[in-house]
Design a protein around this ligand. Structure first.
Ligand code: LLP
Length: 391
């Protein structure tokens, strides 16, 4: 998204033109941004055996999946539904990784039948999978006690997290794997989401390499996702160059010690798609109370739950008046709950009814987390590629 004159533009289109054409609320994703993010990531890692498995939970729009596939990405999934979408988008079974939790026998059977690669998250998953697919090669998701992320809800390492097999349980995991003749060909970890500090990512990286030395049959090491993006203008971008350089060096050193070159797997979700997306809304109401001004729009936490669920910040701009007089407002939605707030104390150009408000950086964990709460419809999604609209 960029400002051209007094207009906010996505590709060749002004936000206003898109709102007029499709109505609001609507999610719009810019292809050029996803392309740029993918290329930045791949270029920063100079390791020959690198596999990017896009964590599609961030955005499962079929066109987004196809786009990432066309760049060379593979895919990471967490459910039968995501596997079905991945296959529909054209990913081959061997390029799909499934890593999930509280998995039913029915879902596990589906994974086995479709020959999807798996990271087993618990001792009971090893039992369940082992009975269904004796002799297979599997990955183990490990919880090494290191966690990080923008909110407690998204920290997936450490004792409070339900995810992964703890280091203490690895001897039992191996015994169980042996019982079913499963070969442990990969180790996986994912410590949390929206991490901007390279240090913590490297600490977890090093720990997995250390653990991996005890597993002789590995083909790959999967370091999960978690690469963050700045949502606030005061936040710094992840130092991708440093991250890429350091993991490449560490992986090379490890492989020398290990005696074989392993594939390095990364599972970025948010990093690739968050900044490509905006939620376009229309102002439907303005309530100037004695102490606060509430600006109501035609969307709500049913469409974008991140502010209500994690207190997440998304920048909001008035696309109808980029340069107007600024005032302080609370931007709220149309859901019948007081927590339906997109942003408090936002300084934006004096909004009027009918103005177009853009909620930024909503390409990840936006539409995928939307619901029909209050019996409201889901928004449309469109992709913009320069002067083309793809929907
Ligand atoms: N791999 C695994 C095993 C994961 O559990 C996740 C995310 C990812 C990769 C991708 O993480 P990312 O690169 O996007 O940080 N709804 C929350 C985020 C939940 C992330 C869950 N797992 C939010 O809106 O912030």
């Amino acid at each position: 998204m960029e400002v051209k004159g007094n207009k906010l533009c996505l590709g060749k289109f002004s936000a206003k033109a898109l709102a007029d054409k499709f109505g609001t609320p609507i999610y719009v994703y810019e292809v050029s941004i996803i392309r740029r993010k993918y290329s930045e990531l791949v270029k920063s890692i100079n390791y020959p055996k690198l596999d990017i498995h896009y964590a599609c939970k961030a955005n499962t729009n079929l066109l987004v999946l196809k786009l990432l596939k066309s760049f060379g990405s593979k895919i990471e999934t967490v459910s039968k539904g995501e596997i079905i979408l991945a296959l529909k988008a054209g990913f081959r079974a061997k390029d799909i990784i499934y890593t999930s939790t509280s998995v039913s026998k029915e879902e596990m059977t589906f994974v086995v039948k479709n020959k999807i690669r798996i990271n087993l998250d618990s001792l009971s998953q090893i039992e369940l999978y082992g009975k269904l697919n004796k002799g297979a090669g599997v990955g183990l998701r490990i919880n090494q006690g290191i966690g990080a992320g923008h909110h407690d809800h998204v920290i997936t390492g450490g004792e409070m997290s339900k995810f992964g097999i703890s280091l203490e349980h690895l001897p039992r995991a191996r015994r169980l794997a042996k019982k079913y003749n499963l070969k442990i060909v990969s180790l996986h970890q994912h410590i949390g989401s929206n991490i901007l500090d390279v240090k913590i990512l490297l600490k977890a990286f090093d720990k997995l390499l250390e653990t991996a030395l005890n597993f002789p049959d590995l083909v790959s090491l999967d370091f999960g996702g978690g690469l963050g993006v700045p949502y606030l203008s005061t936040e710094k971008e992840l130092d991708l160059k440093l991250f890429g350089r350091e993991i490449t060096k560490r992986m090379n050193d490890f492989c020398k010690k290990y005696g074989r070159e392993l594939t390095m797997v990364l599972e970025p979700g948010r990093f690739l798609v968050a900044q490509s997306g905006v939620l376009i809304t229309t102002v439907t109401e303005i309530k100037k109370n004695p102490k606060r001004t509430f600006v109501g729009v035609d969307s709500g936490f049913n469409h974008l739950i991140r502010p209500a669920m994690y207190g997440s910040y998304h920048q909001i701009v008035n696309a109808s008046q980029i340069t107007g007089r600024k005032i302080k407002v609370d931007v709220v939605g149309n859901i019948c709950e007081s927590g339906d707030v997109f942003g408090r104390d936002r300084i934006i150009s004096n909004p009027r009814i009918g103005d177009i408000l853009i909620i930024q950086d909503t390409g990840a964990y936006g539409y995928v987390m939307a619901s029909r709460y209050n019996s409201r419809s889901l928004p449309e999604e469109v992709l913009i590629d320069g002067s083309k609209i793809i929907s």
